[in-house]
Design a protein around this ligand. Structure first.
Ligand code: ADP
Length: 290
């Protein structure tokens, strides 16, 4: 299957906010994580990829398909789970899927039934298919959201902040489902949760203030920081002076003490301890230094 290629995409809203600036990415089959803080431009990018809004400049190709010139063609092979996904609370998942399938053009009743039953199994909602959606938990609703996004067997699945509000068990179940889907599909997942990307994604980009600040395979990105990361436990009152002297990328309180991580090309002194880098450190270093 062919890659999604995004070239120099930019969008400035009428308010003057440059939501995305010159974003270029090549996204292959599998799970792709878009990691960034709130306001980074993730949703803007995803809505643009889903052809729900137009960029000011730039191009998007899915294989040979020029997405911005052929939005209708793209939508045929697109599944999209927006950040705010409303359901009709009085309908069952089976009924709503049936309505949505008709809207997506699956007119043959027998075919529709077969697709829907298979999807309900896939997202693990078959047992509760008659239950009203209003009674579903957050995780069940998100899995329903994936089911509706998969109705047309998409080549490209876009999910915007899907794990917000899920408890750890629901989150893991949701990860499993996305992983399975990503075997045959390009799946783009936006999140501000580092853990989501670490567990799931084979490729990733960190975006901040509308720009791609880092891109690649999570492990390679982590390796770039290896050997440059040091930790020290200090007094809370010392924090400001450490920030003036060192490149502090994270600070957290642990049992009343302040633990800081810094980046340094050389060993910063005997009281610092060299530590292994992780994705959280990479992310913090990119976001804080921007
Ligand atoms: P993220 O999904 O990473 O939180 P968004 O793409 O939602 O980021 O937002 C990027 C920036 O663009 C933010 O500053 C946001 O306030 C602004 N923004 C988003 N949508 C609109 C809009 N429709 N009109 C004006 N500004 C917007």
């Amino acid at each position: 299957m062919e890659d999604l290629i995004i070239t120099k995409l930019s969008k400035t809203y009428h308010t003057g906010i440059k939501a995305i600036q010159n974003i270029s990415l090549q996204i292959p089959k599998g799970m792709y994580g878009l990691l960034g803080p709130n306001g980074a431009g993730k949703s803007t990018l995803m809505r643009t990829l889903a052809t729900l809004q137009a960029p000011d400049t730039g191009s998007i190709y899915l294989g040979q398909l020029n997405v911005l010139e052929n939005p209708v063609e793209l939508r045929k092979v697109l599944g999209y789970l927006p950040q705010q996904f409303g359901v009709y609370p009085k309908l069952s998942s089976e009924m709503l899927l049936d309505h949505l399938a008709v809207l997506k053009g699956i007119m043959n009743g027998a075919e529709r039934k077969e697709i829907i039953q298979a999807l309900l199994h896939k997202v693990n909602l078959y047992e509760v298919k008659k239950q009203n959606l209003g009674e579903f938990s957050g995780g069940m609703k998100q899995r329903f959201g994936i089911a509706q996004a998969l109705l047309n067997n998409p080549m490209l699945l876009i999910v915007d902040e899907p794990t917000a509000g899920l408890d750890p068990v629901e989150r893991n179940r949701f990860y499993d489902l996305l992983s399975e889907v990503s075997q045959q599909t390009i799946v783009i997942l936006s999140t501000h949760i580092v853990e989501d990307v670490k567990q799931l994604c084979t490729n990733m980009a960190i975006i901040n203030k509308g720009q791609v600040v880092m891109e690649g395979k999570p492990q390679v990105i982590i390796d770039n920081l290896q050997g440059k990361l040091y930790q020290k436990t200090i007094q809370k009152s010392e924090l400001e002076s450490y920030k003036e002297t060192y490149r502090v990328i994270s600070q957290r309180l642990y049992q009343g003490n302040q633990i800081i991580h810094i980046i340094s090309e050389t060993h910063p002194g005997s009281d610092f301890k060299a530590i292994d880098a992780n994705l959280e450190d990479v992310y913090m270093s990119q976001i804080l230094n921007a």
